[in-house]
Design a binder for this molecule. Structure first.
Ligand code: ARG
Length: 459
């Protein structure tokens, strides 16, 4: 970059080596802060007028200039053709070119250090709002599916071994709950993001009498930072944001894994429609769940973003260091990746067929009613530990005979405990097994119906 074209030329005699300029420049990615930068500049300009630094005429010409720059920049592809050190240099250079001397006054009492921290928070605030909206849409896809398939059942697993049957809707609502917390978590992060660093200047604070509270209000910030050194040098809010994204990705990757697994021939519970699957270039019979595999795989990228932010910040001396320029790509990537994974997950959920017959068969087999038999004995007065032991023996007998518990005759069952009576068979049905899980949070149909209504209201 030739001397004089950047914001800090005065002290320099020689020009910057082009290779270093390319290495140093961030405009290729921080142009995403363009709108935030212009917005914050307008607010800063108003603050300078109130402080008596700018006349209203100067401010008017600056704001007209900024408006024109914004419109030009937003015009399709315009920004992509431009070169600059970073988005802040870009806006200022354009402004000076457009309005001359007044533009040269805008940077009074401001540094790129408080500017970038402010832009980042403005950008992130919006990103959080978009992400929370998308989480809600993905939750709606889960809920719609659950409501449509109220009667479907699924084997519940622990250790990936058949454990106890559950309603399919209960399974959907498990993911709904995770996403509810993710949405809430982002809301809490937003509170800490929504604090304005502007007025901290380079690190020591601003030396002109700008009313920061008024500037903050104009930008929609809930308050102003209390320490200028901290305000320009921490990026904990970025870490929090990416950590919240990471948890969304943890949840989506588990959903992805289950959908992949349940769509195999071996499980055969779900089937993805052609809209969200791909074929093999060699094997004509294949239908692959690439959509969900990518969601599962992309979780790693977002965790990587979190780790790169933490590592970048660790041990940095106060206040601003150029290391921090690395914050942007991490949060942009975490946002883009998480957003698209939420979107695709919703799409998959809306393009999924259930094989309800097979799900019911699977949920009815594998002696998943063994706990029910133990509970039956408890209701007849047997201590649970003893009942567990007894049913264990019944299970061995059933395995040896190659049958389910309910296929054993009453006499055979009574040979293990004479507390067993003919009403036992009623207790061992799938319906009864589900119905007994009737405490809050359980899979009994009446509780799930309530949970569905609650979930609907919470959207
Ligand atoms: N592009 C820089 C960043 O993203 C802006 C802040 C530059 N500040 C400085 N003192 N060089 O961090």
């Amino acid at each position: 970059m030739p001397k004089g074209k950047n914001l800090w030329g005065g002290r320099f005699k020689g020009g910057v080596d082009p290779a270093f300029a390319k290495f140093n420049n961030s405009f290729a990615f921080d142009r995403r802060l363009f709108e935030a930068d212009v917005r914050a500049s307008v607010a800063h300009c108003n603050g300078l007028v109130a402080a008596g630094v700018l006349t209203t005429e100067e401010a008017d010409s600056i704001k007209t200039g900024l408006k024109a720059i914004l419109q030009r920049g937003l015009a399709h592809g315009k920004l992509d053709e431009m070169e600059s050190e970073d988005v802040h240099s870009f806006v200022e250079a354009q402004l000076v070119e457009l309005v001359g001397d007044a533009g040269r006054k805008l940077h009074t009492s401001r540094s790129r250090n408080d500017q970038v921290a402010t832009d980042l928070r403005l950008w992130l605030r919006e990103a959080i709002d978009e992400l929370r909206t998308q989480i809600r849409l993905t939750q709606a896809a889960l809920l719609d599916l659950a409501e449509q398939k109220r009667d479907a059942v699924l084997p519940g697993y622990t250790h990936l071994q058949r454990a106890q049957p559950i309603l399919f809707a209960h399974w959907c609502l498990a993911y709904f709950e995770m996403l509810s917390r993710d949405r809430e978590r982002l809301g809490e992060t937003r509170r800490r993001v929504n604090v304005m660093p502007l007025g901290s200047a380079a690190l020591a604070g601003a030396s002109f009498p700008i009313d920061r509270e008024i500037v903050a209000r104009e930008l929609g910030f809930a308050g102003v930072s209390r320490n200028s050194v901290d305000a320009v040098s921490d990026r904990d809010f970025c870490v929090e944001f990416v950590a919240a994204c990471s948890l969304i990705m943890v949840h989506l990757s588990r959903l992805a894994e289950e959908i992949i697994l349940y769509s195999t021939t071996e499980f055969g519970f779900f089937q993805l429609s052609d809209a969200v699957a791909t074929g093999s270039s060699l094997m004509p019979q294949k239908k692959n769940p690439d959509s969900m595999e990518l969601v599962r795989g992309k979780a790693g990228r977002v965790f990587g973003d979190a780790l790169s932010l933490l590592t970048m910040l660790k041990g940095l001396p106060l206040a601003y260091n150029k290391d921090m320029q690395e914050d942007k790509e991490a949060i942009f990537d975490a946002f883009d990746t998480t957003f698209s994974c939420l979107e695709v997950s919703a799409l998959v959920l809306r393009n999924m067929e259930l094989n309800e017959k097979r799900m019911r068969e699977a949920a009815s087999r594998g002696m998943m009613n063994a706990t029910e038999l133990a509970d039956y004995l408890v209701r007849k007065g047997t201590p649970f530990r003893e009942a567990h032991e007894t049913v264990g023996k019944v299970v061995v007998r059933a395995i040896e005979s190659g049958v389910e518990l309910s296929d054993l005759s009453l006499d055979e069952l009574r040979s293990f405990s004479n507390r067993i009576e003919s009403d036992v068979f009623e207790s061992l049905t799938l319906e009864q097994t589900l119905a007994t899980k009737s405490r809050t949070g359980g899979t009994a149909p009446e509780r799930v119906a309530e949970a569905l209504a609650y979930a609907r209201a919470s959207l």
